[in-house]
Design a protein around this ligand. Structure first.
Ligand SMILES: *Cc1c(COP(=O)(O)O)cnc(C)c1O
Length: 233
């Protein structure tokens, strides 16, 4: 099932790219494996997926410690300061930096591990229901400036989650505003390249609006069973 899902998804991504004259190789597919275990992760890995996303630090750490393959782990969830140490230990890229305090802690923890931590800054691009993310451009620039000046942080780009809605225009506006913000920062001298946006329900729109990293769970692994703990899987 997972093999077939990945094949279909790659075909779909290629087709969307073709329609908007983008090269599918510019787009990294991150399989969001939360709630799934080593068995499913290994099946995806054998089918060419090398990047996996997790939204809980503890779950990420257990998978990181126990799955031996060369996986690039992405931390995509809400990050608390006391979990930064774990995220820095395990994640190639942390997508969800949304405060100066977090950026400072990441720089500190990365320094201790002699690592340069790749990060994305998470923006709030809708004003209805999303609770997380940086909400103003001034704040974004303040945090981006800090990251650029930090020896152990490598700022790659921006991340957002579109609101949960069927209204395509609202989703598109959310993604295009993230792209516009990145362009604006780059005019000011930043060198950001990555836009982490698009999940199972909205990846088509995200690709059309310039996404370079898709975070896709259910289209690869199937529906998550929230009644189960991932520890039982
Ligand atoms: C769970 C999750 C995803 C993937 O969601 P799907 O709808 O299953 O594709 C993407 N991004 C974040 C931040 C998530 O927590």
């Amino acid at each position: 099932m997972i093999a077939e899902n990945i094949k279909k998804l790659r075909q779909s991504i290629s087709e969307i790219c073709r329609n908007v004259s983008r090269n599918p190789e510019e787009i990294k597919l991150i399989a969001v494996s939360k709630f799934f275990g080593a068995k499913e992760i290994m099946e995806a890995f054998r089918n060419g997926i090398t990047d996996f996303g997790e939204n809980k630090a503890q779950e990420l750490e257990i998978k990181f410690d126990n799955i031996p393959e060369k996986i690039n782990w992405h931390f995509i969830g809400t990050l608390q300061k006391n979990k930064v140490k774990t995220a820095v230990k395990c994640a190639g890229i942390i997508h969800s930096v949304d405060s100066l305090i977090l950026a400072e802690e990441i720089n500190k923890r990365a320094k201790l591990l002699e690592k340069k931590q790749q990060v994305l800054l998470q923006m709030k691009t809708s004003y209805e229901d999303s609770k997380f993310g940086i909400s103003s451009e001034d704040e974004l620039i303040r945090i981006a400036d800090f990251c650029m000046a930090s020896s152990n942080i490598d700022l790659l780009g921006l991340m957002t989650m579109a609101p949960l809605t069927d209204d395509e225009k609202i989703i598109r506006d959310s993604f295009s505003s993230l792209r516009n913000l990145m362009d604006k920062l780059n005019v000011q001298g930043f060198k950001l390249k990555e836009l982490s946006m698009g999940m199972t329900s909205d990846y088509k729109i995200a690709i059309e609006e310039g996404s370079t990293m898709l975070r896709i769970g259910s289209a690869i692994f199937g529906e998550r069973d929230y009644s189960k703990s991932w520890r039982e899987l």
